[in-house]
Design a binder for this molecule. Structure first.
Ligand code: ATP
Ligand code: MG
Length: 399
């Protein structure tokens, strides 16, 4: 029997996009190619409404696993199935099906119920799908004595009859879902070293956006390690984007001091910092052709994130503000951070610039007229221009 393995890739939401379907599929395939590019000899192929990932022909089981791991980061994929590649012949298909079922038994223990589902891409193949399922099912019953349950089976053996080969699989691994990165447009993430903003960036990647990022650095109050931490986070996002993240590091110390002084008693300082961050990020976003700004803000999580303050802060930009974590409890954001691999970096203890020069009781209900009065003491537009003009570009490469 052929030992050749392939991974079948499934995608869902793309079908809903009607006229865009071709464009979405093309992007999905090129993203899948980028995901496996590190694995020498692996290959992505698009055939008859299916996308296949071939592990290296000379490779071993580890290469197959590596290929699946890599593809688990391709947004747009709903599930993946490592499959046996066999001749289009019922005996060969049945042998592979028994082998797949045996592996499921080993994994699950006992005598799990199963069913067989057949799809023919090549409708000329005979017998028809229900009969293939029946015969393959009978072979599994005979070899392993497993009970069939067509309504609620504990696992399903899939058979796909292609034009050149047949594919047989028993295992399905969930994909990350969402839309292929690149199909919805570019956004600019305000990336701090915290837990929330990397998650916010990941959620936009999941909706098909491409990410640029801006980080506000207040050296020496926030040190080199704080900057390195943000670069690490940007690289972790790059691994999900399947491409470099253009990270702009903005020197913010002098501006922060000037805004703190302009804020009088300091109660509005954080609101003024945030408004300035948006002005600068908007400029950098336009330069990179991004259409929206993204933050990790969650409603009422901290003093600066009350409904009143979000309103006054957001007023500083005319770009759409995306806040994908807005409705999260902190625990929900933390769970995502752990899953996507940013949490361990985010909790490293290097200070964030917004904790600088801030009183113990900041304003939770900032009023626009007070903010405008503070900002009238400085030239906010010139400051934003200078910050954006002096930004250092760091290319955060896939780790
Ligand atoms: P995070 O965990 O992302 O830091 P947070 O809950 O700590 O968020 P804040 O520190 O109040 O909340 O920041 C709110 C948002 O403002 C952040 O999610 C981020 O998008 C942006 N932001 C804050 N500080 C910076 C910074 N130094 N550089 C870039 N963006 C920042
Ligand atoms: Mg923070």
């Amino acid at each position: 029997m052929s030992e050749r393995k392939v991974v079948l890739l499934r995608y869902g939401e793309i079908f809903l996009k009607g006229g865009n379907r071709g464009f979405f599929e093309k992007r999905l395939v090129s993203n899948a190619k980028r995901a496996v590019a590190q694995i020498a000899g692996s290959r992505i192929e698009r055939v008859h409404g299916r996308v296949l990932a071939w592990p290296p022909a000379e490779g071993d089981a580890a290469d197959g696993k590596k290929t699946v791991r890599a593809l688990e980061r391709v947004f747009g994929l709903t599930s993946l199935s490592p499959a046996h590649v066999v001749e289009r012949d019922l005996a060969a298909i049945s042998r592979a099906a028994v082998e797949g079922a045996r592996a499921e038994v080993a994994r699950r223990g006992g005598k799990p119920t199963f069913k067989v589902e057949t799809r023919r891409a090549d409708k000329r193949f005979q017998p028809a799908s229900p009969e293939v399922s029946r015969q393959v099912g009978a072979a599994i019953v005979e070899a392993l004595g497993l009970p069939v349950d067509v309504h609620a089976p504990m696992f399903t053996v899939g058979v796909e009859i292609g034009f050149e080969h047949a594919f047989v699989f028993a295992e399905s691994v969930p994909g990350p879902g969402g839309l292929p990165v690149g199909v919805t447009g570019r956004v600019e993430l305000l990336l701090s070293g915290g837990i929330d903003s990397p998650v916010a960036g990941w959620m936009m990647l999941k909706r098909g956006c491409e990410l640029g990022a801006t980080y506000f650095h207040s050296f020496p109050y926030t040190g080199d390690q704080a900057k390195e931490k943000v670069i690490t986070l940007a690289r972790k996002l790059a691994a999900w984007q399947l491409g470099d993240v253009r990270l702009k590091v903005v020197g913010f110390t002098d501006v922060q001091k000037a805004l703190r002084d302009a804020s009088g008693d300091g109660r509005l300082a954080v609101v003024l910092y945030r408004r300035m961050m948006l002005r600068v990020a908007e400029r950098l976003a336009r330069a990179d052709k991004a259409r929206a700004l993204v933050t990790g803000e969650a409603l009422a999580q901290v003093a600066s994130q009350t409904l009143e303050n979000l309103g006054v802060i957001g007023d500083a930009t005319r770009m759409p503000m995306l806040r994908p974590c807005l409705g999260h409890d902190k625990q929900e954001t933390i769970a995502i951070a752990r899953r996507i691999g940013t949490y361990d970096t985010s909790i490293l203890p290097f200070d964030d610039c917004c904790s600088l020069f801030v009183p113990e009781h900041p304003e939770t209900r900032a009023k626009m007229e007070d903010v405008v009065a503070c900002e009238a003491r400085v030239d906010v537009e010139a400051m934003a221009d200078a910050c954006a003009g002096g930004a250092e570009l760091v290319i955060a490469r896939v780790a």
